[in-house]
Design a protein around this ligand. Structure first.
Ligand code: FMN
Length: 430
């Protein structure tokens, strides 16, 4: 029989700022041995490190969150500076004095490294250290513990390239062993904070040798890089992800992603159950050059008619550049053939307005869906000011009315954060 044992470490006192956790743990678990993994609830690390503050819980969440991922009623799921996504940005008001909240450790991997070193100095044992917190999971009911800090423990066990029992090559399996150990330790640690530490014995192969000269990659290795994360955005931050991007890298745009974004555009609301959106995807350099050059000529002609000097015209027209820099252009077009006609102008104008706002809804869907795909976009007005010229340059079918143009590509820069806007300033209540 081989196996692992998970033992709770009882008898630790209430932890206060400045407490030496290493001394307290070494005294409460005198038989620590090489290869053991010490699993420590983050809350006692926070308490020892003075991360208990007098603050309103909501204010503390706002300070700790770098991005709100989802929100419903009183529940906020947020991403922290560490890259963790968890309820209340890890701010906890349980097991702490009323009026105070416990914040996550500033640097959980650093805390784990310091604790490992101190335990080694005190006991001579080469242990691994995991710092854990309790998290809910999307799509799964209930919470479980996960590792937010690690030192001397390999957080991931990579099975890729190995064969299963049928000889099939494993292509994606990377076991999050640090999280598995954290969850196992939670089975013996109490929720009441009476047993905030557990010792897991029997996994010495995951513990890094004392003389390796490194504590390993830490729990930071468990944070999925944004570019690989298919679920990076939650319900609350998906709309904010769309920003006007005016500078793009030369990386080509995936046509399938564009197709999915156009499918999203076509789910916008529109009058009379109509489908008024069309999209000219300008792929070839020749088509793009013709469109942009023809539009430029039309714009210059307008400005000359307005009386601007050639110098002024040159300066103004330089602003058309985002479309030249974008790897792909999409010209959204309105086909309003489902519009009703009326004997009077008022109702015809209203009918036109209905189709124009539906077009805006469709383009917004397009831009948001592109952002979800990781693509930046810039919707510019240009074709709206010279519809027939743009339609001719693109040889658009009869009845397609260009509604601006969208430059699409991988963002080369991050737009500055949006200024705070108070919705109350935009609302009247009647
Ligand atoms: C119909 C329309 C036309 C626009 N035309 C231009 C334009 O000609 N040039 C430009 O740089 N941005 C243009 N924009 C983008 C706005 O400037 C941009 O949305 C605004 O600055 C807010 O920034 P955000 O999109 O990042 O929230 C246009 C936006 C809309 C909706």
């Amino acid at each position: 029989m081989s196996g692992i044992t998970v033992s709770g470490v009882a008898g630790l006192p209430e932890i206060t700022p400045g407490a030496s956790l290493a001394e307290l743990i070494a005294a409460a678990a005198p038989d620590l041995a090489d290869g053991d993994i010490l699993v420590v609830t983050s809350k006692i690390i926070s308490k020892a490190e003075g991360r208990v503050i007098s603050a309103d819980r909501a204010d503390a969440i706002e300070r700790e969150a770098v991005r709100v991922v989802a929100r419903r009623g009183a529940t906020t799921i947020a991403r922290t500076r560490h890259g963790l996504v968890l309820a209340a940005a890890g701010v906890d008001s349980s097991n702490t004095a009323p009026g105070t909240v416990v914040l996550l450790p500033e640097d959980p991997d650093g805390s784990a490294r310091r604790l490992r070193k101190s335990i080694g100095d005190l006991t001579g044992a080469n242990v691994g250290v995991l710092i854990t917190d309790t998290m809910g999971r999307p799509w799964r009911t209930g919470q479980t513990d996960a590792a937010i800090g690690a030192a001397g423990v390999l957080p991931l066990r990579d099975h890729r390239g190995q064969a299963d029992s049928f000889g099939n090559l494993l292509e994606v399996t990377v076991a999050a062993v640090a999280d598995e150990i954290a969850a196992a330790a939670e089975l013996v640690k109490g929720k009441t904070d009476q047993v905030p530490v557990a010792v897991v014995r029997g996994l010495p192969e995951l513990v890094i040798a004392a003389d390796a000269g490194s504590d390993g990659p830490g729990a930071a290795a468990l944070i999925r890089p944004a570019a690989e994360d298919m679920f990076r955005l939650g319900a609350a931050d998906v709309l904010g992800e769309r920003r006007t991007v005016r500078d793009f890298t030369s990386e080509p745009v995936d046509q399938a992603a564009v197709c999915r974004a156009i499918a999203a555009a076509m789910t916008a609301p529109a009058p009379h159950h109509s489908l008024p959106w069309r999209f000219a995807v300008v792929e070839s350099e020749a088509a793009r050059t013709r469109l942009l050059d023809d539009m430029l000529a039309a714009w210059v002609a307008d400005l000359r008619r307005d009386g601007f000097t050639e110098d002024q015209i040159a300066r103004r027209t330089r602003r058309g550049e985002p479309l030249r820099r974008a790897p792909l252009l999409i010209v959204p077009c309105l086909v309003a053939d489902a519009a009703h006609t009326y004997p009077d102008r008022r109702r015809n104008d209203a009918e036109r307005a209905m189709f124009l706002v539906a077009m805006g809804a469709g383009v917004q869907n397009l831009l948001v869906a592109l952002a979800v795909e990781g693509l930046g976009s810039c919707w510019v007005s240009s074709t709206l000011f010279c519809g027939p010229v743009a339609a001719a340059a693109l040889d658009l079918p009869e009845g397609w009315e260009p509604m601006g143009a969208v430059g699409v590509g991988h963002p080369a820069t991050t737009p500055p954060p949006r200024p705070d806007r108070d919705p109350e300033d935009f609302i009247i209540n009647r």
